[in-house]
Design a protein around this ligand. Sequence first.
Ligand SMILES: C[S@@+](CC[C@H](N)C(=O)[O-])C[C@H]1O[C@@H](n2cnc3c(N)ncnc32)[C@H](O)[C@@H]1O
Length: 462
Amino acid sequence: MSDETEISALLRAAAGASGLAPRDHWEDQAARALRAIAEQRGATVSALLRDPEGRPSLVSELLDHLTIGETYFFRHASHFDVLLEALSARLADPLATACVLSAGCATGEEPYSVAIAIHARLGAQALARVRIVAADISAASIRKARAAVYGAWAFRDAPAWLEPRYFARGAGPGRRLVDVIRRAVTFEVGHVVHHAAGLPSGSVDAVLFRNVAIYLAPQAIADAYAEFHRALGPHGLLFVAPADPRPDGARFVEAGHETTSVYRPRAAAAEPHAEPAPPSRRARLAARLRRDARLLKKGPPPASSKRPAARAAAPAPRAAAPAPRAAAPALDARAAAARAAALADRGDLAAAVAATAALIEQPATAPAGYLLRAQVSMAGDRAGAAVEDLRRALFLRPEHLLARYWYVLALRGDGQLAQAIQQARVLEELLTKSAAEARLEDGETTARELLDALRLLRGGFT
Ligand SMILES: C[S@@+](CC[C@H](N)C(=O)[O-])C[C@H]1O[C@@H](n2cnc3c(N)ncnc32)[C@H](O)[C@@H]1O
């Protein structure tokens, strides 16, 4: 394949991983970025493009170049007045806590402005009661956000008191944010939709999704607004920038502030599209989880003539010698998986769980059954139950690579971060020993695809 074809494939992967709408200038930008990356690594562009091991980090580095990270402190200043008014009302109850999400936070000026505004106007005690979470698809931006050192340009529209009160000048030209504010924000590398999907329903008081949607493809915008609607509490607020695409009227309504880019979620009962019944939010999450499990699937599978046997029989992982499996139970497993997925899509998670019972009863299909039940539990925000089921699956089939991947996700969802990181290491080791193109237990995902996904996931742990 030519370099141009490889670059196009890389750009498709970058668009798929980020939801960014491809732009005309991407090819040129990617070519320039790849030359810079190759020089940094002491390699050639062709060698980079043909190294499957390096592909996930290449996609991630490419996203650093394709994204527009423009931001500054107290951008759209009136939003902070509206936000502070809402937070001060919420925190008037001495036992209340709050959560603010900065979705597409770039180098951190936005979520830090939130923390500073709370600290300056409501005090340190109030700030301690607000959880501020922020995510961006660009790993380089998040590294800068965590470092929290800023040049003068970041203060171009900031109030005069900001710099002397909240920043210290060091030896270099940058101003370093004080620790009390730096520690108030938690950053994650990731897609806004996936990041928001990890937040419990109704747990968020405000989402700042400003100057991000303008760069996204329509589906990613719709997914993001759907996730924010689910995550926001009934009195929550959604802030978008004046030039951003508006959220859909079925889910959000203008909050009635002077600034027209602040929205409130509509109550679920008031949603006009009740007929026919939309899939439940949990079912939509289930669908997303299953999509994730198929992981970065790229195009049609290779021509069957190349490896007929591998697709006809239920493929076994190459990481360890699995017990031989008869074809019939594997087909049953697929049919049961399809049944459970259909039930989850209809929002009937209880029936989806029940559909896994037959599998769990059979020793040959029990690991697949536990895996399915865990996926449904994850869709129902029950990561703890998923952890238990995945432990059972891995006890029966320690070499089950997809089950171990889900175990990592479930541990992370259950807040067991250290164990999640440890399991991610174990899985990475198993996957690097597998043949890159070996099909995993679902018969679709390859070892390389799972490794790509795992590395992207691990990037978000740090
Ligand atoms: C122009 S900046 C906006 C920063 C900040 N929200 C503001 O208004 O100042 C856009 C940011 O969105 C990020 N971004 C784009 N697509 C994203 C996605 N799918 N998930 C997370 N971040 C994304 C980019 O990396 C970039 O840092």
